[in-house]
Design a protein around this ligand. Structure first.
Ligand code: 3PG
Length: 306
């Protein structure tokens, strides 16, 4: 019997697990659910004999892949797959997929929520500012950024973007594409980062870029902490007391932030961008359907390893 594992240290909403179970039941597959696990050993034990796994930000490294003797496919229910060792997966003949776009509206709504929270001085009672008429700079133009654009436009914001790979898509909908990342940071009141933690994006938000920020501007990071050069971020926040940083993940230098930048930052306690029932349902169901498609018909759409 085909065995599937849902391994989610941060569980899906129950409604998503229910729908995923239905999909696998229809195929006659057996489903095992490992949620809120505390140790890697629990994951190693659970993945040992399964044919497929659905994960979120769960770490699938070489040790896990070597232990999973029957594993044929891992689907990351979400966008970023920096938590999976793609090389080790390929060596072990395991297909890795993600579910692009499925949780992007949830992340976009969080980014906009953070923009409002930051502009309103974190609801402290101090006079803040409105989003209408302000310039929002999108660093990257993937699924999340496109949703942020849709919402920001409805709020009356001016939106500009820096993208290398989606210039035509951005220009086609009337978005102004800046010539450089530096220009984007210079012209924005709020910068929202939407690039993956891969390749040239790692530490791409460096001092050379940050030094162009306007006084009073806000950086929103619902992507990954790895895309920011943290010592450079600290440096610019020391130099420019008006800058705020709002992030869906704590930086490694959280203690330094607490000591130096009180009232100028906000970090979610646990990655919350995709934590909605809708996002879990969309991404979880897509992951389940992709597994069925692959196991039954060899459909490898959305494969991210070679
Ligand atoms: C993603 O890459 O899809 C988001 O960061 C969501 O991650 P999560 O599934 O761990 O909430």
């Amino acid at each position: 019997m085909t065995k599937i594992l849902i391994a989610t240290e941060k569980p899906f909403a129950p409604v998503a697990v229910k729908k995923i179970s239905k999909i696998f039941k229809k195929e006659g597959y057996e489903l095992r659910v490992l949620e809120k696990y505390k140790s890697k050993q629990e994951l190693l034990d659970a993945i040992l004999d399964v044919d497929a796994a659905i994960i979120r930000s769960d770490k699938i490294d070489e040790e896990v892949l070597n232990a999973a003797k029957n594993l044929k496919i891992v689907v990351r229910a979400g966008a970023g797959y920096d938590n999976v060792d793609l090389k080790a997966a390929t060596t072990n003949n395991v297909v890795v997929m993600n579910t692009p776009g499925q949780n992007s509206n949830a992340v976009a709504e969080l980014a906009i929520g953070m923009a409002i929270f930051g502009m309103r001085e974190m609801f402290s009672g101090k006079p803040g500012s409105e989003l209408r008429g302000r310039t929002l700079g999108l660093h990257g133009f993937g699924f999340v950024a496109r949703n942020v654009f849709r919402i920001a436009r409805a709020l009356g914001m001016k939106v500009i973007v820096y993208t290398r790979y989606s210039k035509h898509a951005a220009a086609a909908i009337g978005l102004k594409v800046t010539n450089s990342l530096e220009q984007l940071y210079e012209k924005s009141d709020i910068v929202s980062i939407h690039v993956p933690a891969r390749g040239e994006h790692i530490k791409s938000v460096s001092y050379e870029v940050l030094k162009h920020l306007r006084d009073g501007s806000i950086i929103i990071n619902t992507a990954r902490k790895e895309v920011i050069n943290e010592p450079d971020l600290v440096k610019i926040m020391e130099e420019n007391q008006g800058i705020k940083y709002m992030s869906d993940v704590k930086p490694d230098c959280e203690t330094e932030f607490a000591e130096k930048f009180k009232g100028r930052y906000f970090f979610t306690p646990k990655k919350a961008g995709a934590q909605t029932a809708e996002a879990n349902l969309n991404a979880g169901v897509a992951a389940a359907e992709q597994i069925v498609g692959f196991l039954e018909k060899g459909d490898a759409t959305y494969q991210v390893n070679g």
